[in-house]
Every structure is written in C-alpha cells, then in structure tokens.
Design a protein. Structure first.
Length: 267
C-alpha cells in the first residue's frame, strides 16, 4: 500500500528530559525566628563569599523551631532572604502542617535534608566519640596528631570507595554515594566533590569539598594542596575567607569537633 504523502512525522522523543540527581543546594536551619537577624547573617555570607552564596539556592528548614511560623511571617522571611542575595527554592520536609505552609508559600518540599538532623527511628543523634583536638595543642603536637589521624580515616557505610582518576574541572561535580571519595588529581575552582564518607584529594583543592553529606560527623577531608573555596563536614562549613592564610597551599585535614569545623596542617 502506498505511503500517504505529506503526513507529518511523529516524534516519540520527549520535549524535555527530566533527571533526578545530586545538586548543590544549601540548607538553612532556622533556630530563631528573627527575620532581621537572619537576613543580616545571610547578607554577610553573600558579601564574604559572593561566588558561593550570591543567588545561591537555599532550602529553608523550620525544624529547629518549637512551632512553625505563620504564613505571613514565613513569607516575610523568604522576602528578606531574597533581598539579602539568596534564592529560597523549597521548604525542608516536616509534617502535615509544614506541607500546608509550603503549599501556601507556593514552594515544594524537599525530604533529603531530614536525614542530616533526624536519624531513622527518631531520637537524637549520638555524639561521635571525642577525638584529640589538634587546635588546642602546640603546633608540633598538632601536626603529629593530624598525621596519625590520617592513617585510618573513617569510612562511609557503603562498599569500596569511589576513585576519580582525572581532574574535576570547573562546573563538574563528583558524588560518592554512601562511601568515601578519592580524587587522584586536582579539584578545580568552581568544581565540587561530595561524599557521604570521607574525601581524599591527592592534588590541589581549589573548588568545594563536602564530606559526610548525609550527616556523618566522623567523616573527614584530606588534601595535599589546600586552596578550597569551601569545605564542609556534615553540613558545617568554612569558606576561604574564614581559613587562616598560613594553611593555604598546605597539606591539611578537615574534621568536625562537636559543632566546630577544624582544619590543621598535615606536615
């Protein structure tokens, strides 16, 4: 049978391809509903590190409050954050009231951040066993303690670590799901490496490194040449402007001591 002439071709390809993946979104845990103070803190972060936080996507988490704010107060907070230079894109997962607040604000809910604060089964996360605090020791002892700690870094909860052999270039992101990440080359400015376990970088770190991404406070970051835009362990972070100048270009390790992010030279 002859083929019909002039019939439009039918395309079965989607007009848009939707993928769900790991994205670099900051989580803002609200601990005090002081809109002016929160806006001032965000403005300060943006001014100190505009490349990191300027127009940065932020998930607003009201889980640190005893009660949710009303819609008017929540909307005022979102407006203040936008005026400070951030872009609130969602609320963190909570309960049915939190879901209703998100609907009224016209924002989605993101559930992934819950794991960083509320362990499965409820209750409070047990604190990690206390480790030696190099920052409280003389420089020589601090260096020896940091070096010995590098021998057996805490591993992720999953299988063998992920090895990235080539350099991670600007705009690229490497994520080690439920395991450690080892980068055998450099992490360039504007690049991002993320692991649920620890991160080991054998080249220069000029971008961002985020260890313990799902809340593992025992994770650490080790790098041979430290110029990081940002480092974080279990959500606690420091940007380049917060890091002592004498550590830049050095081999360092980064770890969490309570709620304080510590950085010490390895040599």
């Amino acid at each position: 049978m002859a083929k019909a002439q002039g019939a439009p071709a039918v395309s079965f390809e989607p007009a848009g391809e939707l993928k769900i993946g790991q994205v670099g979104i900051a989580n803002l845990r609200i601990r005090s509903l002081d809109v002016e103070r929160l806006a001032a803190e965000m403005r300060d972060r943006v001014q100190r590190a505009p490349k990191l936080f300027g127009r940065g996507a932020v998930v607003v988490d009201f889980g640190g409050l005893s009660a949710l704010p009303d819609t008017e107060t929540a909307r005022a907070l979102l407006d203040a954050l936008r005026a400070a230079g951030a872009l609130p894109v969602a609320l963190a997962w909570g309960n049915s009231e939190n879901e209703q607040l998100a609907i009224e604000l016209g924002l989605p809910l993101l559930a992934k951040f819950r794991a960083q604060y509320e362990p499965a089964g409820g209750g409070t996360t047990a604190a990690a066993p206390p480790e030696a605090a190099p920052a409280a020791q003389p420089a020589a002892e601090r260096s020896r303690a940091a070096t010995s700690a590098a021998v057996e870094p805490p591993a992720g909860n999953g299988g063998p670590g992920l090895i990235q052999a080539s350099a991670v270039r600007s705009g690229q992101q490497v994520y080690a799901d439920n395991r450690d990440l080892t980068v055998l080359a450099a992490v360039g400015a504007g690049a991002e490496v993320i692991a649920d376990g620890s991160i080991h970088i054998y080249g220069a770190l000029r971008g961002r490194a985020l260890a313990g991404a799902q809340g593992n406070a025992r994770a650490r970051i080790f790098c041979r040449e430290f110029h990081a835009e940002l480092v974080a362990v279990a959500g606690h972070y420091k940007v380049l402007e917060d890091i002592p100048a004498d550590l830049r270009g050095k081999a360092v390790q980064v770890w969490l001591d309570g709620d304080q992010l510590k950085i010490a030279a390895l040599d």
